[in-house]
Design a protein around this ligand. Structure first.
Ligand SMILES: O=C(O)CCC(=O)C(=O)O
Ligand SMILES: [Fe+2]
Length: 316
């Protein structure tokens, strides 16, 4: 029955104190079945300010946004990886976005010994830094990136505990100075009145095609006035709508984490469809660690005999 196809709600507030073990079990059950959850109880999550600042960013004139775009869209830019990217006309994926990496703590040495390391560790770009609003935008987004990083690490600890593994089974790879490859992406999907045939699926017009994320964990902020997220339901392969739930993030895991569990944790497919108007959303992609290579490490076996691979961190 359609009414039963709803994402489980997980309350991170239960992580403190004697309720933690119940939370660990709820999370394991949800991520080994549906693979997508609503997440509440995230301290410091303020969707109202996040939406206000996202709207502000996309209200800036396109010339100002292009001035902080990546080199592939603006030859004058010194940035390959962080910054704005515009809509690509005619592509199935129909969006523009602004991508932000972690704040670099004073004195943190960033690797510069390979082209990849230089690209992945490059500085963020910021709009309107000479205005109060621009400075507020930067400080707020840097802090939001930090909150999402801490939340992702806590989720990884809870997941490890759910398999009976040591709490830091997945998190020991990550540096305390936050040099993870994680990306906060502010997305604007403009309306699409004349989509190409390749972007149609029956009555739907696709804005982001069906995919799994490549991450460890994704924490997605959606907003009340913008539906459009759809998830492939695990039991019957149907597509379900995932409406906004006030105060909740939507969370899923990506391929990287799913692989380490031999597919036991589900990297569930999802997509975004046109809602006949603009749409905004803000995913946070928690990826690997810049200064480490992810290698398969020791295996953990749960009581049923299932194997989980640690991501062994090797300094490069
Ligand atoms: O915009 C959304 O709601 C989801 C976006 C998404 O799935 C992605 O960017 O990977
Ligand atoms: Fe996604």
């Amino acid at each position: 029955m359609d009414s039963e196809k709803v994402l489980p709600v997980i309350d991170l507030g239960l992580a403190k104190g004697p309720t933690r073990s119940a939370l660990v079990k709820q999370l394991r059950d949800a991520l080994t079945t549906v693979g997508f959850i609503y997440l509440t109880g995230v301290e410091g999550f303020d969707e109202v300010e996040l939406l206000r600042l996202t709207k502000w960013f996309f209200s800036l004139p396109i010339e100002k946004r292009m001035a902080i775009s990546k080199k592939s869209f603006n030859p004058q830019s010194a940035h390959e990886y962080r910054g704005f990217f515009p809509v690509i006309p005619g592509a199935v994926s129909h969006k523009e976005a602004f991508e932000i990496g972690p704040r670099k703590e004073e004195g943190t040495k960033m690797p510069q010994d390979s082209i990849a390391a230089k690209i992945f560790c490059e500085d963020n770009q910021w709009p309107e830094e000479d205005t109060e609003m621009g400075r507020h935008f930067r400080a707020w987004m840097e802090n939001y990136h930090f909150i999402m990083t801490e939340t992702s690490l806590e989720i990884l600890r809870l997941i490890a505990e759910g398999f009976g593994a040591p709490s830091d089974f997945y998190t020991s790879i990550f540096s305390p100075t936050n040099t993870s490859l994680s990306t906060l992406r502010l997305i604007h999907y403009p309306a699409r009145p004349n989509p190409p045939e390749s972007a149609r699926d029956g009555d739907y017009v696709i804005q982001t095609a069906e995919h799994h994320d490549s991450t460890m964990v994704t924490l997605l902020a959606t907003f009340p006035e913008y539906p459009g997220l759809q998830v492939r339901w695990w039991q019957d392969n149907s597509i379900i709508d995932v409406p906004h739930k006030p105060g909740h993030l939507v969370m899923n895991i990506g391929d990287l984490l799913s692989h380490t569990t031999g597919g036991k944790l589900k990297a569930t497919k999802h997509r975004v469809v046109d809602i006949c108007g603009d749409r905004l959303s803000v995913p946070f992609f928690f990826g690997a660690e810049v200064r480490r290579q992810c290698k398969r490490g020791t295996a953990w076996r749960d009581p049923s005999g299932h194997h989980y691979q640690e991501l062994r961190a090797l300094a490069v």
